[in-house]
Design a protein around this ligand. Structure first.
Ligand SMILES: [Zn+2]
Length: 203
């Protein structure tokens, strides 16, 4: 905890005074983030860092393997879908970005099974992305991890379109869906083109 407290003190002496006016406006007017980003909980793939975003700019959902589940309201609580609903129906974000990443432990669990000591929740959660696994299994073994990481982004984008109010917002031209992939080895971000292919963003 000492390192976290030290970080907080750096925030109080650096970021807080630098962003004070912005925080004042955000607390007076409320947040109006332009984008919802769905990313992995992995400590190496923070969207705020990758997109060099400032406070109030990104509404972020992070979970194991950056999965957007399909629309499926029932009598159980849904943490991810509730945050998606808030971003889309209340905040009316203009862009929704699903960001996958390299070396994803969640995707590894999807491909090879969750570790025994993390089987209570990780296995059932990543199984939402089983169709991405099925697509990846057609690839050579040494490429399956990377293929599955990319396919999981495509699948989450497909799942987002099963939410009726997201489909409506997209068809009305209010909201646009985007797929991205962050390679933590090179620091390069790829984006999914309209032709369905991921390409690196040039520096
Ligand atoms: Zn991950």
């Amino acid at each position: 905890m000492d390192e976290l407290i030290a970080g907080y003190r750096r925030f109080r002496s650096g970021t807080w005074p630098a962003e004070r006016a912005r925080f004042a406006a955000l607390s007076r007017l409320g947040q109006r983030p332009r984008a919802l980003v769905i990313a992995c909980s992995d400590s190496r793939t923070d969207p705020q860092m990758v997109f060099d975003a400032r406070p109030g700019e990104l509404f972020v959902i992070r979970n194991v393997a950056n999965i957007a589940p399909p629309y499926g309201p029932d009598d159980k609580p849904h943490g991810v879908s509730s945050a998606i609903e808030f971003a889309v129906r209340i905040l009316r974000v203009r862009d929704i970005v699903v960001m996958g990443h390299a070396m994803c432990g969640g995707i590894q669990a999807l491909l090879n099974g969750a570790p025994a000591e993390a089987s209570d929740f990780v296995g059932p959660w990543v199984s939402i992305a089983a169709p991405a696994r099925a697509r990846a299994m057609a690839a050579p073994p040494d490429q399956r991890q990377s293929v599955c990481e990319h396919e999981s982004v495509r699948l989450s984008l497909e799942n987002l379109m099963t939410f009726p109010w997201i489909r409506d917002a997209v068809e009305a031209g209010h909201t646009t869906l985007h797929g991205c992939y962050f390679d933590i080895r090179s620091g390069v971000l790829e984006c999914l083109g309209e032709d369905g292919i991921f390409r690196p963003i040039p520096d």
